[in-house]
Design a protein around this ligand. Structure first.
Ligand code: SAH
Length: 221
């Protein structure tokens, strides 16, 4: 684990370059870019990867899981249309990076992780950072009944379908961003699902991505 939380000029400079790269790749929301500029991504990676933390790439974070590519984090965050004070549920805490980007935008973030080791490892890192994220060990398919309803839900693992229980935990007018398994079985299509006032769902598609699978139940695998 990377125990150094130092954020030096070099890190800050690399982060500025990453933000410019994301801008050229089509991320236009300044609030999203400013959150990416604020969150030190290198503290979420194992120390052997620190040098690479500000490249636009996904990386292993242990327990067979990955920290999403910055472009993917920015893309999903942009689709969410976050406003300050919103309650946001994340499925798949992983490294905690995406959760911190949402918190840096002023969201109240609730994040669920099913992988026991990762949950504890990330909780420890998050406790040392100034971002407001509540983490939970649990099965994301079930959401968080105690804290619902949510303004926004973001799923950061490849889902076979839109989980019913999560739709129930969305406010009317709420938005869910979910990478849904495609029919070819080789990745996911990014979906933005808006829950209309009458309870019906409006679905929009935003291109192809690759995520680790959304699995059921808490585990150590
Ligand atoms: N948001 C993360 C990316 C994590 S990768 C980041 O910023 O680093 C996806 C994560 O989803 C993995 O950690 C995986 O263990 C977790 N996951 C998979 N199925 C899940 C489920 N049903 N509930 C909660 N977490 C789940």
């Amino acid at each position: 684990m990377n125990t150094s939380l130092e954020d030096n000029y070099r890190h800050k400079g690399l982060r500025k370059q990453l933000v410019e790269q994301l801008r050229t790749k089509g991320i236009t929301d300044d609030a999203v870019l400013s959150a990416i500029n604020e969150v030190p991504r290198h503290v979420f990676l194992d120390s052997s990867f620190v040098e690479l933390a500000y490249q636009d790439q996904a990386f292993p974070i242990g327990s067979g899981q990955t920290i999403s590519q910055p472009h993917t984090v920015a893309f999903q965050t942009q689709l969410l249309q976050i406003e300050k004070g919103m309650k946001v549920l994340e499925i798949g805490t992983g490294s905690g990076y995406q959760a911190c980007v949402l918190a840096a935008m002023g969201a109240k973030v609730f994040s669920i992780e099913r992988q026991r080791n990762l949950y504890f490892k990330t909780k420890e890192i998050l406790e040392q950072l100034p971002f407001r994220v509540k983490t939970f060990l649990g099965d994301g398919y079930e959401g968080l009944t105690t804290y619902q309803p949510f303004d926004r839900i973001i799923i950061t693992a490849g889902a076979p379908s839109i989980p019913d229980m999560l739709v129930q935990q969305m406010k009317p007018g709420g938005i869910m961003v979910i990478p849904m398994d495609n029919t070819e079985g080789d990745g996911q299509t990014m979906l933005r699902v808006t829950k209309m006032e009458d309870g019906s769902l409006k679905k929009e598609e935003f291109g192809d991505f690759k995520f680790v699978p959304m699995l059921k139940e808490i585990g150590n695998d």
